[in-house]
Each structure stands twice: as C-alpha cells, then as structure tokens.
Design a protein around this ligand. Sequence first.
Ligand SMILES: [Zn+2]
Length: 382
Amino acid sequence: MKCDRCQNEDNMYFYLDKEVYYCRKCIVFGRINVGETVEKKTYTPFVGETHLQLEYPLTKYQKKVMKTLKEAIYNDKDVLVFAATGAGKTEMVMEIIEEYLNGGKKVGIAIARRQVVLEIRERMASAFKEIDVVAVCEGDTDIVDGDLIVCTMHQLYRYYDCFDLLIMDEIDAFPYANNDVLEAIAQQSCRGNKIYLTATPDEKMLDEVKAGNIEQVELFVRPHGYPLIVPAIKIGSLTKQTIELYLLLKNNHARKIQTLVFVPTIALSKQLAILFKWVFTCRGFTSKTILKDKLIQEYRDKKYEVLFCTTVLERGITIKGVDVIVYFANHIVFSEASLIQIVGRVGRSMDIPDGNAFYLAESRSDSMKKSIEMIKEMNRAI
Ligand SMILES: [Zn+2]
C-alpha cells in the first residue's frame, strides 16, 4: 500500500475504515484513501508582462551568483543558494521569477514561518507592480490563487503539480526540516525546478549537493559589503547575565538603539519583560503572543526599545539598526544554525550596516563556538 499524497508505504499508518484503508500520516491535510490520487486543481498563470523594480540595483556579487543560478535552472537543475543572512537571497531570485512570470509560468515561494510569508509578500508586491501577489498562510486562506503565490510550507498541499518554479526559503528550519510528509508534498507541488535558499544548510542538503543532485551557489557578501557581526561572549551565572543585560540595555537606551533579546523559554521572556518594564519600554514575543504582526509593526515604529523573544523571531525578520543579545546562550535550544540566524539580524540595512551582538552564557557551548567559527569563515570568503 502507498499513499499518493505523502508517499508513505509503512503499514502502521494505514487504518481500515468501512473496508477501505486510508493514510493517517498526512491526515491533517484531509483524508486520502489508498488507491485514490490527489486531486489536481487548476491554477491560472499570469498573462501579460511585468517589469521588475528593485529598490537597490544588484551588486556585482549578487549579479555573478544570479548568472550561475540562472544557468543551472535553465539546465534543468535544482539549486541550493547558500548565502549569509542579509545577503539578499530574495532579490537574487527576482529576475528569474520575472522571466518565469512573463513566460506564463507558475511560480511559488514557500517559507517556514507565517510572519516571513507576509513580509515576502510585501517585498514581491513592491517589486512586481503589475501582478497580484497572494499570501497563503494560517488565517489567510480565502484566496489561494494569484499571479505569484507566497505560502507557508504547510499550504503547499493545495498546489499539487502546480509550480514550474518553486522557491523554498529556510528548508533547514522547523517545520520542514526532517518532515517527510511536508517534503513529499513540496516535491509533488512542483513540476519544474526548485531553488532552495538558506544561510544554514543542514547535512542532508549538503549531501544532496555532494551527490550531484543539486547545484550549489554561494554568496557571503551582503549588499553593503560590510562583514557579518561577530558576537562578543560574556560568561557568568544567570544573575550576572541579568546584570550584564541591564547594563547593555541601558547603554543602548542612551544611544537610542533598539535591542532584540533572545531567551530560551517562553517563561523567561515573560519574566524579563516584567522585570525590565520599569526601566525600558519592552514586551515579550513568543509563539504564544497574540497579534504578532501588530507587535512587530509597533516595534518597527519604535514604540518599544526591547523585545524579549524566543527563537520564533530568529529567522527572516528584518528590523533596521537593531542590536542582538542572546541570554543564556549556552541553553540547548540555541543550536549553531539558530545562533547564526539570530546574529544575522544585526546590520541588515544599507543605512545601518553595523551593530552589536552578545552571547551571555554560563559557559561556552559547542554551538556558540561553532557559530562564531562559521561567521568568521563566511567573512573570510568575502
Ligand atoms: Zn499520506
């Protein structure tokens, strides 16, 4: 027995119901019986012509990488774009998107997090004025077709055999990483080629590159040419870290600089927000926060100096001129990839390409050491 949607062949996931077996492994996407094929819906391609408008022209480094990327795609290869955080991965694929759209082809962009789906939708809509860019994610599923579709990984189940080009951002992140159901669904949604974007590829992806199944292109220079920020480490007990945190925040308060403080747990985010609200304008930000989009907008508008956030904010988000502090950085939730992403929040804008990052920790973890080595390595490659 095999499930046509998630490709599962393991009998333990098949349940018998009124003489037909159905698959439990991908049941969250609706019931599918064994022997049944996934329903193929019709999605309309863009008709007309769109002209890409970039806020900043591509740098010579981005252009070079884009050329290699295009060659690979037109040679019918899938590509991994391994780029530093803030290197402008999204901008680099825009020209290819433009060509596909103008050729009447269907393009999808799939991203791990809802927050980033909304941000990328805005960027695509301002780059391609003539087209209708639709964001499809939890809470926004009334309209699922548009000239360009930006969705979460979960929503790809709607697009069976739909995309001529599928761009997948942050494939090494939850929920896509190590999830065979989502992987099968993503593979099935794309009838053409795939571009994978990441700043922190995992072993599995690198093995695919080594095996020659995927071509890799690299870009470690950010558009402004400044190197990635190398975090400073301060070691001490949690009490000492809290005092250090206060001093760093006080300093940023005086310089009118906003700070993202990453903490390992929701409880700590709440406690620190309560502790510091007497001295700084601050809020907690976790997976449990309601009205996340509103809070991010208020933070961008500088209503708060500090957000005490969990790793929910580690990827994709761009806040101009922000500093980053990781509290309890030796905690197990802060993996090497996670720390690289967090530090990558600093110095992303053209106007403010610099900033500070700190790891406050009880001891130096392997992930802390490795993340710093990797950041230095990417800086050497510039
Ligand atoms: Zn299934």
